[in-house]
Design a protein around this ligand. Sequence first.
Ligand code: NAD
Length: 468
Amino acid sequence: MPDLTMTIDGRAVAAEATFGVVNPATGEVAERAPDATRAQLDAAMAAAAAALPGWRADEGARRKTLLAAADVLFARAEEIGRVLTLEQGKPLAEATGEVVGAGIWLKYFAELELPREVIQDDERAFVEVVRRPIGVVAAITPWNFPLMLAAWKVAPALLAGNTIVLKPSPYTPLSSLLLGEALRDVLPPGVLNVVTGGDELGAWMTGHPVPRKISFTGSVATGRRVAAAAAPDLKRVTLELGGNDPAILLDDVDPEAVADRLFGAAFANNGQVCAAVKRVYAPAALYDDVVEALAARARAAKVGDGTAEGVQYGPINNRPQFERVGELVAEALAGGARAAAGGGPLDRAGYFFAPTILADVPDGSRIVEEEQFGPALPVIPYRDVDEALARANGTHFGLSGSVWGADADRAAAVADRLECGTAWVNTHLALAPHQPFGGFKWSGLGVENGPWGLYGFTEIQVVHRARG
Ligand code: NAD
């Protein structure tokens, strides 16, 4: 692969220093990425600020440009997908699908209305509520879906007339660098700048005087730091943070009938999805059947290098996460839990972990209380629905949740009582560009997607024209 460069003011910017990017399927450094200096970040911020007046002036041009950007992603999906698999680990078809998905998001926002609402039109005044861009946006993304989550920020921010400095995770910088390169000839200089570096680069961005908005996706711990860094300058923030999504199975469910969808929603991207199913609550009478139905699917899952044919699940993305998942599983097993499938790392190079279903997990286990973010799923029995709901809602998280049952109305009535940003019925992880996505409690602040996500990249302005 040729050396990937940062994109600052529409130009390739070479690295003064680099850091290693590990292929999680081997555990070895596969590539190197630029480690941005403070001066390079300043240049990116200055370029974004300089590009603002031109970019915000012409809504029609912005829409056309976003559509052209989507077409570039569609055309180069496989090439960018290969780079994503190399650094992230996910199977190639999913990586390519993520690039296409990012294009779909760009297209959706390119066509979304930016409303001007008339709230008074009489003899005294004509009053409109309009949406203005906020300014320069600092966009910071995690390593699980680097391109999709970048698109969730880039597409609405740019449509609204803002300009951006994007920083991906140091575990997955390459695909975002390639995104910057791919869009260099499509977007005017300075509109989208891509810089890479370690966590401290994120901190420099949130403390930088230029951005007026920080759009952050990542962990709760970092989200707190971002909010604190934004406070002195009253920068606007959107925080998409962790989840510990419960799935509650009701007593009329057929375990075999729902197991494929449930397993898919728990193990998608190897469980490294903020809104994956992270705990299953099953009625005591169905408990053994639910555990076995999920365990059978875990045993059958094909785990391997994401570039190999037929692989469904790649490695865990990085060593600290690989160790954390192993630690949470080992701790549960030591406390008396039973591995109905899997139970530990696979005996091979790279960060491969056996898809794991845990039964009889002791109360208070960290794998239930905390976000595991990996291929290990605890199944917990309950006696009545009130108990299941109390457990489901009884954490600091509130990203999403689901209720499953043959009687969809009854399941929907239970789902109404979930305390989270998205409550699914007989499905989970059904995300779409028009659906606002965000979390209650520690899972976030604000939402992304849909018109509501777009409004998060705007300031409301009242235009009041006096009459008479
Ligand atoms: P992380 O918080 O460690 O890192 C996220 C990003 O923040 C990275 O780019 C990182 O370099 C940067 N960063 C680190 N320290 C920073 C600081 N002090 N200031 C500014 N930026 C800083 O998260 P991660 O491990 O990359 O991602 C996993 C987490 O992301 C999980 O908790 C997951 O649930 C969450 N997530 C949430 C959503 C959502 O939409 N709610 C989506 C995907 C992932």
